[in-house]
Design a binder for this molecule. Structure first.
Ligand code: NDP
Ligand code: TDO
Ligand code: MG
Length: 294
């Protein structure tokens, strides 16, 4: 089985390329310039040439604050570009696994979000990802929409790497404590995507298609997450860094984030038997890699 994934340097695509996908599975990454989501005409020819058995739509415009000033680019890539990937998979007659985000929700729900909850994105990024969800669902039923959240990894740009960079020069870092979510390792996402892809290729059952939420086990605020990162840094010989827990109002950003970003993952567990490790355990593995690299 050949899994073709969009993007080259992204966290999820690099994690897919990094992990051992197991017997009979091959991972191929395709991105710019051959496949450019901002140029939808490039998408079908690039995918067709690679003869995928499954397409993983992982590439996206993910700069949440920058997107507020570049809505056209965000919608072109996350809306029309993601739509083009799903339409190409449909044309090739293969399933597509399309990654989306907790930021499609407004965060006002008291409980974790389930797949059927009403969306209401607060940011350009969230709205553009929701448009990609709509275009993907319209393109094909042979489609898994996998919403995930708070992704970190040894690769690309993410909150863990930002905190480790700040730890080099700061004794105290102020971090918001009133946004809660579920930190998710891209390495765990990669394993889950491969497990889902295997099932989709083997089984046309419509119950295996549709929307599913995927997240690391447990939950945290960004401040909790930062504290765990700094603890791990110190345990591995780094300096002591402490967190000042602040409110969202004390950390103004161009984009508004949901206060409740927690995704309920029971449907993925009961349908695919996929449950991710506790986020603290996965964080340890990523810190081992990042801090061993130096
Ligand atoms: N990061 C997060 O916290 C979360 C991410 N997600 C979603 O998961 C998916 C994977 O995210 P993640 O791996 O973190 O993303 P990254 O931000 O790490 O990487 C983005 C990827 O998209 C590619 N890309 C951007 N623009 C284009 C374009 N015009 N044409 C082709 N490729 C493009 C980049 O290309 P290049 O290789 O050239 O750099 C890169 O490979 C995305 O759909 C994202 O929306 C969902 C929830 C949380
Ligand atoms: C750097 C920093 C951030 N923060 C806050 C700002 C924000 O509320 C929160 C997280 O900031 P970031 O900008 O790193 O995270 P952000 O880019 O919003 O992360 C999101 O990315 C997109 C792609 C997703 O899909 C989401 O699931 C989510 O992971 O932490 C602090 O309070 N202190 C700090 O020093
Ligand atoms: Mg960011």
């Amino acid at each position: 089985m050949r899994i073709v994934v969009t993007g080259k340097e992204g966290q999820v695509v690099q994690s897919l390329c990094e992990i051992d996908p197991g017997l009979g599975v091959e991972i191929v990454a395709v991105g710019r310039p051959e496949l450019d989501l901002a140029m939808p005409a490039t998408v079908l020819p690039a995918l067709e040439a690679l003869r995928p058995d499954v397409v993983v739509s992982a590439a996206a415009y993910t700069a949440v604050d920058k997107a507020e000033g570049e809505p056209e680019a965000a919608f072109a890539i996350n809306g029309d570009g993601a739509g083009a990937v799903a339409r190409a998979a449909a044309a090739l007659g293969v399933p597509v696994i399309h990654l989306s985000t907790d930021y499609v929700f407004d965060g006002s729900k008291a409980e974790p979000y389930v797949e059927t909850d009403v969306t209401g994105p607060l940011s350009v990024y969230g709205r553009s990802k929701l448009e990609g969800e709509r275009q993907g669902a319209a393109a094909t039923d042979n489609h898994v929409l996998l919403r995930t959240c708070w992704v970190y990894s040894p690769f690309g740009a993410n909150f863990v790497k930002t905190m480790l960079r700040l730890a080099e020069s700061r004794d105290v870092v102020s971090v918001v404590a009133d946004q809660r979510g579920r930190p998710t390792s891209a390495l765990d996402i990669a394993s889950a995507v491969i497990a889902v892809a295997r099932r989709l290729v083997a089984d046309p059952d419509p119950a295996l298609r549709g929307t599913f939420h995927l997240a690391g086990s447990g939950e945290a605020s960004w401040a909790d997450f930062a504290e765990a990162i700094f603890d791990g840094f110190e345990k591995r010989g780094g300096r002591h860094v402490s967190v000042t827990r602040i409110a969202t109002a004390d950390y103004p950003t161009p984009a508004t984030r949901p206060q409740n970003s927690r995704l309920a993952t029971d449907k993925l567990a009961s349908t695919f038997g996929v449950v991710l490790p506790d986020w603290r355990q996965s964080l340890d593995r990523v810190l081992d890699t990042l801090l061993a690299k130096g």
